[in-house]
Write a protein that binds this ligand. Structure first.
Ligand code: G1P
Length: 308
């Protein structure tokens, strides 16, 4: 095992995953099924997010849930009946896949109760997190497993202290969908210092085209700020507003890691479809056949499209 340097801060172990949203954009699929359980190829979207946290070394996951989220709990629990059937049928491969999700990490749950926004969801994690730094991963953002972002953010947090957010440059016409950061460069190409934040600004109000994507490394200082953060955009307690207060204050810095890798927004129907097609194409088992079909399907589409 590698030796920890003497001055190394407390190793990050906890991840918080807000999962209380109603999934309005995916109705009627999400009428009785949590949006986090919608499959991306053959795994629920939320399993990718838990796997990402585990891959970055976090082994304690707190899900902030709400009503109708029992399927999420069941998915990360053992299913003895199914496991017994698969093992009687000698279906070891499926058995392993079924057991995978329950063996990933220690998963805990807290219910948000009132839907007061992302800042409020994060505040619900305070008793579980205690006084250590922790990660927040939003389920709608799926980061490609081969483009590690969280590990880099943890490294930056250990180096600079304070909070670290993930940023991605987006077309100005799309900035109103995100929290937006005003930034200053640092000595490192992929790291910026955040000097201000605005939740979902219009293109005219936006201080930059750096959008917050759903990965955060936070310290417990954020809880103290969230407790006194007034409702902001859409009448909700916004995490962005609390981080803005930290960024403009003189206490704890906020840095951004600029991500250039592959990210899919599974909270949007058309991006969700793109995520499934992209990940299916890359799969060793499904990819070859699926790519062949996709090529001929696209050719067929081109042949039936009216000439420009
Ligand atoms: C949330 C945050 C926003 C961030 C986005 C990333 O918004 O409030 O700052 O840019 O996640 O996905 P939501 O998309 O949940 O409305």
């Amino acid at each position: 095992m590698p030796k920890q340097p003497m001055n190394r801060p407390h190793r990050l172990t906890k991840a918080v995953i807000p999962a209380a949203g109603l999934g309005i954009r995916f109705l009627p699929a999400t009428k009785a099924t949590p949006k986090e359980m919608l499959p991306v190829v053959d795994k629920p979207a939320i399993q990718y997010v838990v796997e990402e946290a585990v891959a970055a070394g976090l082994d304690d996951v707190l899900m902030v849930t709400g009503r109708n989220k029992y399927a999420v709990e069941d998915h990360f629990d053992r299913n003895h009946e199914l496991e017994t059937t698969l093992s009687h049928n000698d279906d070891d491969e499926k058995l392993a896949r079924v057991q995978e999700s329950s063996a990933l990490a220690a998963i805990h749950y807290v219910r948000q109760g009132d839907p007061h926004g992302l800042g409020h969801a994060v505040l619900c994690a305070a008793p579980h997190v205690g006084r250590e730094p922790f990660a927040v991963l939003l389920g709608d953002d799926l980061i490609h497993p081969r483009d590690p972002l969280l590990a880099r953010m943890i490294e930056v947090q250990e180096q600079h202290g304070g909070s670290v957010i993930a940023l991605m440059e987006v077309d100005p016409s799309r900035i109103h969908l995100y929290g937006c950061a005003a930034v200053e460069t640092t000595a490192e190409d992929d790291v910026v210092r955040v000097s201000n934040l605005v939740e979902k600004p219009t293109a005219a109000e936006a201080p930059s085209n750096y959008a917050i994507i759903g990965r955060y490394i936070l310290t417990p200082a954020v809880f103290d700020v969230l407790r006194t953060t007034e409702p902001g955009k859409d009448g909700e307690i916004q995490l962005t507003d609390a981080l803005k207060r930290l960024a403009v204050g003189d206490g704890s810095p906020v840095h951004g890691v600029v991500f250039n890798g592959r990210r899919y927004n599974t909270g949007n129907r058309s991006d969700y479809l793109r995520a499934i097609v992209t990940l299916a194409c890359q799969r060793e088992d499904l990819g070859p056949d699926f790519r062949t079909w996709l090529r001929s399907h696209v050719d067929g589409l081109a042949a039936t499209e009216p000439a420009a």
